[in-house]
Design a binder for this molecule. Structure first.
Ligand code: NAD
Length: 356
């Protein structure tokens, strides 16, 4: 029987609550599909500061580096807000991403038919939307030098090397190859030289993937198209700044932050996490939506462990439960027949798996 090692980082706030449900679902699906998962738990964020005076202890880094994949909840909370920047929970996460060299952030935006009403956009616009945004994560304007500020002048540098563009472009084409074979690269090549290089390199890389239809859009047009006609997109490939903005915009297509998973991948171990934070306002109340964490576990199965049937079974189970009208409070206004707690939602998804 195949066996995998997953590093679990539950984190702070609702992190432990949602990761417990994701683990519940992983355990159930591994039995159905006959593989074994071993977990090692590590601390990161505020809880790690409390235990070690360090938001990312060495033991966590080493544990993550030897795992097959990492499943992470969320970190942060007001308790740690007054610490020096390098000791704050968020610094732990940024340092972990750096240690893992995860250069590609993958964020799917899938609109569940049952939750069409949950979006602020018209149902007929967003119905059947199924897209993924691939954002370059560790370069571009957030890291470019020189950068600085004085009283009269603030500046940053948006820079990409050919190598950095090539490696993220390859991830984009590989994702498109396993989907509907359409890749839209988003840049600002009409104004920025860095975007001109981006466009040239992406076009060059596309020659290795003749089956993929490549298009280009400027970021201003892409942000408009995304809410005008999101169904036109399959895979969107873009840089760090544009991706940061577009992925939040795409997130709003689906209605609740509690539904959205993500993956960060690179040369080493991949990190899977819901896009939401630690939600201190609802932590400990048992009402957090665990679906984003559960779908992050599904991405882990699909992209790292290649257990694609098990991943699909989780996605189907989530759909079935939503179809039955089961809702956590954040999505309670939309077709709810039964309001569930965090753990009830995990149980229901697990039951659907077992019967599936
Ligand atoms: P947040 O995502 O934690 O919460 C925003 C709102 O969404 C809150 O009202 C919250 O209750 C709700 N929400 C979030 N996840 C939910 C879920 N699964 N189910 C139901 N409702 C949910 O963002 P915030 O309030 O800006 O930040 C809170 C803390 O989280 C801060 O310390 C911040 O730094 C941290 N944070 C961490 C991450 C991360 O760990 N990756 C990401 C963003 C924010």
């Amino acid at each position: 029987m195949k066996s995998y090692n997953i590093a679990l980082i539950k984190g702070d706030g609702i992190g432990p609550e949602v990761i417990d449900e994701a683990k519940k679902v992983l355990d159930a699906v591994s039995q159905v599909y006959n593989f074994k998962i071993k977990y090692e738990e590590y601390l990161m964020g505020g809880c790690a500061y409390d235990a070690y005076k360090n938001p990312l202890p060495e033991i966590t880094i080493q544990g993550c580096l030897k795992a097959d994949a990492i499943l992470f909840g969320a970190i942060g909370g007001s308790k740690w807000d007054n610490l020096p920047r390098e000791l704050r929970p968020e610094s732990g996460l940024l340092r972990l991403r750096k240690e893992l060299e995860v250069f590609a952030n993958i964020r799917p935006a899938i609109v569940f038919e049952e939750l069409l009403e949950a979006s602020t956009l018209k149902p007929e616009v967003i119905a059947d939307t199924d897209l993924v945004i691939i954002r370059e994560l560790i370069s571009g304007i957030y890291f470019g030098k020189p950068r600085g500020k004085d009283q009269n002048h603030g500046y940053n540098t948006m820079a990409y090397t050919k190598k950095e563009i090539e490696r993220i472009a390859k991830i984009g084409f590989q994702f498109a190859a396993n989907r509907r074979k359409k890749l839209c690269s988003v840049d600002k090549a009409n104004v920025l030289e860095v975007s001109q290089l981006w466009r040239e390199v992406v076009t060059d890389v596309s020659k290795e993937y003749p089956e993929i239809e490549l298009t280009h859009q400027y970021i201003d047009n892409a942000s408009m198209q995304l809410i005008k006609d999101p169904r036109q997109f399959d895979v969107i490939l873009t840089g760090n700044l544009f991706g940061d903005i577009l992925s939040d915009e795409a997130g709003m297509l689906t209605g609740s932050i509690g539904l959205l998973p993500s993956a960060s991948i690179g040369e080493k171990v991949a990190l899977y996490e819901p896009i939401h934070g630690s939600a201190p306002d609802i932590a400990g109340m048992g009402i957090a939506n665990p679906i984003a964490a559960i779908l992050s576990a599904s991405m882990l199965l699909k992209y790292t462990l290649k257990e694609t049937q098990a991943a699909e079974a989780i996605n189907q189970a989530v759909s079935k439960v939503l179809k039955k009208g089961c809702r956590t409070q954040d999505i309670a206004h939309f077709g709810a027949e039964k309001i569930c707690s965090t753990s009830q939602m995990g149980d229901l998804i697990t039951e659907c798996l077992e019967r599936g």
